[in-house]
Design a protein around this ligand. Sequence first.
Ligand code: AMP
Ligand code: GLY
Length: 422
Amino acid sequence: MKILIIGSGGREHAIAWKVSQNPSIEKVYCAPGNGGTALENKCENIPLSKIDELVNFALREKIDLTIVGPEIFLCEGIVDEFKNNGLKIFGPSKAAAKLEGSKSFAKDFMKKYGVKTPGYEVFDEAKKAINYLENCDYPVVIKADGLASGKGVVIANNKKEAEDTINAFILDDIFKGSGKTVVIEEFLQGVEASILSITDGESIIPFISAKDHKKIFDGEKGPNTGGMGVIAPNPYCTEEVLEKFKKEIMEPTLKGIKEENLDFTGIIFFGLMINQKGVYLLEYNMRMGDPETQAVLPLMKSDLVDLIEEALDKKLNGFNIEWKDLSSCCVTLVSDGYPGEYKTGFPINIEECENKECKNNEVKNFIAGAVLKDDGLVTSGGRVLNVTSLGESLQEAREKVYSNINKVNFQGAYYRKDIGDV
Ligand code: AMP
Ligand code: GLY
């Protein structure tokens, strides 16, 4: 079998690493891939990132299965294009990807099907939104409706901040269309959890739970990032929490997918907030998380290609995904200045990054914003790489990551020291 993976982050490196372990996989193409996928077993990078070029490549190379990483391709309708050309692809249609691509669509869907979520209102006129602020409790959460590279959510501490945000989103149009509509949402205190899941449109199977660490600084301080590290399983996802998640979030979501005929096979990533009042859904992502994937896939005992094929054949019902009885810790190294301005082009000194299996006794480096040049890996992005380890306990996984992390070096490398400090 030949596989095509679309994307260039740490998530795509982890997917490439996992699928290449299946003995019937002969070749894994990564478009465009990164320095990690360039070095990974059976993998080859191809410099394509336009949907029509990718379709042509998949037809020409007789690709058996395509897996899509980033939401942007999904929201642009890559799955529909591939299917129209008779190609097998794993991911939501353009219509289903709207559950991630439009927060107002997602919130209305949650409300309609009784998915537990914080209260909200939707506005596309700044004046009406600002009037509504009169009666809000603070902090209040303001969200750009469309995709905004993780920058579209602002927690406004008072009316002035909320008003400035609404003006920036709607009137100044800082997200070039994506913030013309806003969702104003009730703020919830609590701990967050990421639950990835797989669906074939008829059933959903949750993956092992994960905990992202979104802020740049230790102690969850400073601005939001794409994610600075993940542990799995998430210690706050007790049996009781998972039960509530299934009953009050996952099952009504599946009901909605069926009733709306959003027939698709792909990932649903539930972004949850857990507090004394229960378990709430903050958002759907219709793709794997980054860096959640880098912590979750090493714990998956089952074969990912087999799982995806079962889902594409609509045979998920009753499928048992097997997980290692271990814990995982993944810490992200970023460029100095990230999530603001940063420089790239620095050589990375690293002791081995290819072909490791991330077994119990090994640390695996999943490369994100780095490319392979003649002399080795060079930084090319904000989040540069992820160091992941498994352990018998969370403590052991953490210790392994932090005692190995200094084997990776590049100018200005920064990472959080408290990932998994729960
Ligand atoms: P979202 O893209 O909707 O998941 O929001 C991004 C981040 O903003 C979340 O991971 C939370 O940290 C925070 N957030 C979003 N909605 C809320 C809310 N209603 N209450 C508190 N924090 C929130
Ligand atoms: N780590 C959060 C995300 O992938 O959206």
